[in-house]
Design a protein. Sequence first.
Length: 282
Amino acid sequence: MTTPTVPQTSTLADLAGTLVLVGAGKMGSAMLEGWLTLGLSPASVMVIEPQPTSELTALAARGLTLNPPAPAGRKASAIVLAIKPQVAPSVVPTLAPLIAPDTVVLSIMAGRTLGFLASAVPPRTALVRAMPNTPAAIGRGITVAVPNAAVLQRQRELAHTLLAATGMVEWVEDEALMDAVTAVSGSGPAYVFLLAEALSAAGAAAGLPPALAARLARATVSGSGELLNRSPLDPATLRQNVTSPGGTTAAALDVLMAADGMAELMNRAVIAATRRSRELAG
């Protein structure tokens, strides 16, 4: 069951306390950029990142706290974990001095469950596990989040606002759904990129110059995605609207929609990704 959550505010300008970002790689940096756009002051941010970029160094000159030698003594309103899952067992327990009773810990680490997080932080800590996807880098991501039982409504609203800085946010109450979420939206951009790759190769095989085929495929996939984004119509209706009976599109769709065609392949792909997500989560 999904439960939509709408934050009461879309600004971070009045955030009380410190926001701690642990890991400022591509996804962490995209989130930080979004938070600053929402009005968050650099002085309200602490970043822990062993390989800081020049952009982070510049923000430190504006008041952002970067890699403090001893973070103890500052309690966080929220801690966002944007580190690689394999380093989590050694990193997450060190954050305990930053966690107060009202701190919410928000993790975007793939495969790291609420149970893992609970074992690495003080008891009764409010925890949110989230799965974003790579379009977050341009503010067009989709993130699905699940809270533990300790998360209060105001903490949920704060987590929602933090995640919404890079795109849409959906909430689920059953953590078991996160494996399928990972398979659909987390891994989904790769499926779309593969579509563009395959369409380009097919165009070249049909006789188009490869560079032209690549441009046509890229523009077609990105343009169609934007049309889908803007249109109130569902994908099936949009597909039907560009398919004339007996025409060229219909001929292609007869192949793609065959019993062993795209729908069956996508179903098998999502099942495989869901299974692998469960395996990685242990």
